[in-house]
Write a protein that binds this ligand. Structure first.
Ligand SMILES: Nc1ncnc2c1ncn2[C@@H]1O[C@H](COP(=O)(O)OP(=O)(O)OP(=O)(O)O)[C@@H](O)[C@H]1O
Ligand SMILES: [Mg+2]
Length: 285
């Protein structure tokens, strides 16, 4: 199944199912995400998007199916076809490969930006303080906040806090980043700066699964779009075909409703992260 070759998807989800108190929330999700790919998950409220992300990093256990991340069977050990639960310690180790960014920034309020980013490398990986700080500063620079290392979350805008949250997730060198509506709690004028950071991350080759209502992001940055409804994948493919030419009625209805009810925060995903120096153009024509 997982051969370790470069063509193996980084994320391979097979027939994933999950129920809460008899309520079937995921009804057999199959999804492959290849290395360096950006996959956007779209779907109405309650369709199971968050639950699926939480299953990937084992914040939820599965009722059926399997998920591999970089060849690792998440949460279980397969011994001769029988699955055995991994220990909490082993699950924690698997989870370290996966960065997660939520709607709410969840920064530690009593720590500065740079301390928030240094925390996990020091506590979890046992990195020395000076090295962790140096790397945290590089990450702050990457998200355009090199001038804010000593600011506390309460002194930062929502967009800046979310950029720190992204830097904090990156500090553990994840192979995969999961984003669950990272801009939906932000004032519209702050959405662009977070999307710009995510676009740059995508350009740098990060593998990402992004739950979002920002169709502009899905259209301009995603390599692949997955539309979920009622715990199943209804339709998936190239963003332009799924968003501009959906084949299924449920996708059309959802996209139509989004267009009517949801005002996009940005017309385009900004190319430049505020606080960073724009990269020189790569070609002259
Ligand atoms: N811990 C839980 N206990 C019970 N029910 C849950 C739990 N987590 C999620 N659910 C239910 O599972 C269904 C799917 O929820 P989920 O949060 O995955 O949807 P979603 O697609 O992320 O929705 P939204 O767009 O509103 O975030 C919902 O009906 C929700 O009420
Ligand atoms: Mg959700």
């Amino acid at each position: 199944m997982t051969t370790g070759t470069t063509s193996t998807p980084l994320v391979h989800a097979l027939n994933v199912s999950k129920a809460f108190h008899g309520n079937e929330v995921l009804k057999g999700i199959d999804l492959d995400v290849h290395r360096g790919q950006v996959v956007c998950l779209l779907g109405p409220s309650g369709s199971g998007k968050t639950t699926f992300l939480r299953c990937i990093n084992q914040l939820e256990s599965l009722d059926g199916g399997r998920i591999w991340v970089d060849g690792d069977l998440m949460g279980y050990e397969d011994r001769g076809g029988t699955l055995h639960d991994l220990t909490d310690r082993a699950i924690a180790a698997q989870r370290r490969n996966i960065g997660m960014v939520f709607q709410r920034f969840n920064l530690f309020p009593h720590m500065t930006a740079v301390q928030n980013i240094m925390e996990a490398p020091i506590q979890v990986k046992g990195e020395n303080k000076a090295k962790a700080r140096e790397r945290a500063m590089t990450l702050l620079e990457r998200v355009g906040l090199s001038d804010k290392p000593d600011a506390y979350p309460s002194q930062l805008s929502g967009g800046q806090q979310q950029r720190v949250a992204i830097a904090r997730a990156l500090a553990m060198n994840p192979k995969l980043m999961l984003f669950d509506e990272p801009t939906s709690a932000l004032d519209p004028e702050l959405v662009g700066e977070v999307l710009a950071v995510m676009r740059q991350l995508a350009r740098d080759g990060m593998t990402m699964i992004v739950v979002t209502h920002e169709m502009v992001f899905a259209r301009e940055v995603a390599d692949h779009v997955v539309f979920m409804d009622g715990g199943v994948v209804v339709e998936q493919g190239d963003p332009r075909s799924v968003i501009d030419n959906p084949q299924h009625n449920r996708t059309r209805t959802f996209l139509g409703r989004m267009q009517a009810e949801y005002k996009p925060a940005v017309e385009h995903v900004p190319d430049v992260i505020p606080g960073t120096v724009p990269k020189a153009p790569t070609s002259v024509d």
